[in-house]
Design a protein around this ligand. Structure first.
Ligand SMILES: [Zn+2]
Ligand SMILES: [Zn+2]
Length: 318
């Protein structure tokens, strides 16, 4: 089958071995996949991953138990053991033996087909199109911010970074009714926020007043982190959503001086994301810049790294 692989270089393999589902796994035909910052970081060396890239997708079950046959699905990216002490504590996203689709120890979704544990599947309701469903995974990650932090209306909240993830986090936060501001450097995506009634400030025009109760760092840059420190009030909470391939030198003194709470935030609840898409609470379709065939996957990855585009999707031929 065709697959977009990373092995020191990125290339389209037209003769990649067919995935073989293990016990309790199903075979899924990928319909549409999304390229995100994590994929771009992996190509720069993040996680030392080798194999088929990609983790955001919607597909159709082609082989598995009857109840899933032919069903349109999305799937959680962490493949877990269900037996280790993290799994038994209900923290299976932190399973000691986990693999993650296209990120760690397991082939991803930029391919015609993939094998995935049945337990990872979520059915996609008819009300959610393929173009929406492909955003379920990153939108779930955005919902994790409000899952970890109850947001009240009176709270002052900032999102630093108006990239793909920042736009999803901002929309999820907007629904809480909090006092929200998005700070970013991309005019295209700041306009996207403004059109949805979200207040924005270009990075160059920010006048940090150390008055935010909570700041979500989605820029993935050391500058963004630095700005987040300046926006937060003493004892405020900083939520880190970005993963960094480069080990940036960071001055943590502000965290101590102002007693900031620093929180890591990764994967989130799929059902919340699916519901938000089904009822139109979050607009993802206007984030799509281009849909590119898998055959042009290498080119699509370059487009995803270009700030003139927001979301790039890969369409599989099957
Ligand atoms: Zn992603
Ligand atoms: Zn486990």
């Amino acid at each position: 089958m065709k697959a977009l692989c990373f092995n020191e270089t990125l290339k389209l393999d037209t003769n990649y071995p067919e995935p073989k589902p293990g016990p309790e796994e199903v075979l899924v035909g990928v319909r549409l996949a999304g390229i995100c910052a994590t994929d771009l970081e992996i190509v720069k060396g993040y996680m030392g991953f080798r194999g088929v890239l990609g983790h955001e997708f919607v597909g159709t079950v082609v082989q598995g138990p009857r109840k899933w046959q032919g069903k349109r699905v999305v799937a959680e990216i962490n493949c877990v053991c269900g037996r280790c002490e993290m799994c038994l504590r209900g923290l299976s996203n932190h399973c000691r033996r986990r693999t993650a689709l296209g990120i760690e120890g397991r082939d991803g979704v930029f391919a015609e087909r993939l094998a995935i544990p049945e337990r990872n599947l979520h059915a996609v309701p008819d009300a959610v199109s393929d173009e929406q469903a492909v955003f379920v995974e990153p939108l779930a990650a955005a919902f994790q911010v409000v899952k970890q932090n109850p947001i009240e209306k009176r709270m002052r909240v900032a999102v630093v970074g108006s990239g793909r993830l920042g736009l999803l986090v901002a929309q999820v936060l907007q629904a809480t009714g909090c006092e929200l501001e998005v700070v970013g450097r991309n005019e295209l995506t700041l306009n996207f926020c403004e059109r949805r009634g979200i207040r924005t400030t270009p990075v160059g025009e920010v006048n940090p007043r150390a008055d935010k109760d909570l700041v979500v760092e989605c820029s993935g840059s050391p500058d963004g982190l630095d700005l987040a420190f300046k926006l937060l009030r003493p004892r405020g909470k900083l939520v880190l959503k970005s993963t960094y391939a480069g080990g940036a030198a960071i001055n943590l003194a502000p965290v101590v001086i102002h007693e900031f709470d620093v929180q890591g935030s990764r994967c989130g609840p799929f059902p919340d994301a699916i519901n938000a898409l089904a009822c139109g609470q979050v607009d993802v379709e206007s984030m799509i810049s281009r849909t590119v065939p898998l055959d042009r996957g290498v080119e699509a990855m370059a487009m995803a790294a270009d700030p003139r585009y927001v979301k790039i999707l890969l369409k599989m031929s099957t």
